[in-house]
Design a protein around this ligand. Sequence first.
Ligand SMILES: [Zn+2]
Length: 275
Amino acid sequence: MTSDHGKKNTGRPLKPNAGDRATASPHDLGSMTWCDAQEWIGDDVWALLPIGSTEAHGPHLPLNTDVIISEGMARRAAEALEAEGIRALILPSLSFGVTDYARSFAGTLGIRPQTLRALLVDLVQALRGRGVSRLCLVNSHLEPEHVRVLRGLVGVHEGVTIVFPDKTRRRWVETLPDEFQRGACHAGAYETSLVLAERPELVRMTRAQSLEPLDIDLAKAMREGVTRFEDAGATQAYFGDPAHAHPDEGERVYQQLVNMIVVTIKESLSAKSSA
Ligand SMILES: [Zn+2]
């Protein structure tokens, strides 16, 4: 009998390798085996779902920028929650969202609001079936229709408590950098810094440094009925000032975003215990 590599199986057990030492992140469901998951999953665990989009983010950032940012938030939040004695499990990311504003740009792939909602409702049922009763939506894609679907899920569904730390709420906006507060929250220094802190190899920084700042309030343009980035003045699908992005700034902003998640989860827990 031979092994996969054609070597003789001597009957001795193979040496343990890195794969025998649990997973890369102890919180990451997708890299667990079912045996690991069985140990981890329980009624007290918070499932963190990173949510993003596949959408144009300027000529300098990858299409999955929002996914990368949500994953960076979820990983740091899981560690911060663990330090507070709260168990967290990071689910595989959702890489598609409602993305109409970037529809003119190559690579952008959106889904309908009802599809997003249906997928999340199914996922909630699946989690319940596995004995998970707490879900936190970790989102970085800020298009209004997309955010509306997520807000509509907050509460208790199928016995699962769902929370959504929403960075577009004034309470949290105030904790974020000026550029974000001015509504230039797409592919500018804010998002570029977050990607630099998480996946620097994916940022085309030479290109970013050649981009003129575009101080356009996208949030306001959206409220006024603009439905495409270029109609708001962003002909290259970026707003703000990507040239001034820095990984240290990204790390600083992650700490604010992690705080938003931890506070939201702790508020949900204390509301439950006082109910
Ligand atoms: Zn984005």
